[in-house]
Write a protein of this length. Structure first.
Length: 253
């Protein structure tokens, strides 16, 4: 696969639309352009995702039930910093003005060209600093109800410790250091084998990982998901990025 953009620090976009076909088409299109995407079929599901992740941009449909997009944007606008693009078949000047007056940063009528949406996304997110991310020293990371301490490699869920194995702690430590960055499978293998970690630092070999390979890494990832995901088959935090690797959606501190 030819890559002409960096994989690190992908921007995370939330699509709120009750049309599953549109969510799928937009998700596939944005994945190709190196964005991470989460989808919500209604505003209730969107509220849950906004409670778990910090998004770089929101794409919001207007005509939804039971709460429509215009009502929803009024409710969240003062709580959410991410720019919002409203999508709707109601594309009259009056509707566009209403959407912008209620807090939308941009307004795009259906049907639309995906490339036009992409340009609008890039325009809005560039104002937020693009793909830049701090490389400062971090002491831990939070995701959902979980808190991982990089110092003692302990994992808590709502102040209660969660048991994890040594190799799971190593994996989670790697992802926590590079929260919200895509890490390739080969980088994970090198880190666990003790060659170099993903930050280029020399580390000692771990006897638990001497025979590490792609298949066993996938197995360890699956086991870690059992610890931290509500549904390991549909992970919210530790996700697989097709053709690229893995990413832990978390807030570092």
């Amino acid at each position: 696969m030819v890559v002409d953009e960096p994989f690190h620090s992908p921007q995370h976009i939330l699509i709120i639309d009750d049309d599953e076909c549109i969510r799928t088409l937009l998700s596939d299109f944005l994945y190709v352009h190196f964005y991470m995407v989460s989808g919500a079929s209604d505003t209730s599901e969107a509220d849950k995702l906004l409670g778990l992740f910090k998004f770089d941009l929101i794409i919001l449909d207007v005509l939804m039930n039971p709460e429509d997009g215009t009502t929803y944007i009024k409710r969240i606008r003062n709580k959410v910093e991410a720019p919002i693009i409203m999508l709707t078949a109601l594309n009259t000047p009056e509707h566009r003005i209403t959407g912008l007056e209620n807090g939308a940063d941009d307004y795009l009528g259906k049907p639309f060209e995906p490339k036009e949406l992409l340009l609008r996304i890039k325009n809005l997110t560039s104002r937020k600093g693009g793909w830049e991310q701090s490389r400062s020293i971090k002491t831990g990371a939070k995701f959902g109800e979980f808190d991982f301490n990089l110092g003692n490699t302990s994992l808590k869920r709502s102040e209660e410790y969660v048991y994890i194995t040594t190799i799971e702690a190593k994996l989670l430590g790697l992802f926590a250091k590079r929260a919200s960055e895509i890490i390739s499978r080969s980088e994970v293998i090198s880190y666990l084998m003790g060659v170099k970690d993903a930050l280029g630092n020399n580390v000692q070999k771990d006897s638990l990982a001497i025979k590490m390979n792609a298949r066993t890494v996938d197995t360890q990832i699956a086991r870690l998901r059992v610890r931290i995901e509500k549904d390991p088959k549909k992970p919210e935090f530790l996700q697989t990025v097709r053709g690229a690797g893995y990413v832990l959606w978390a807030t570092p501190y």
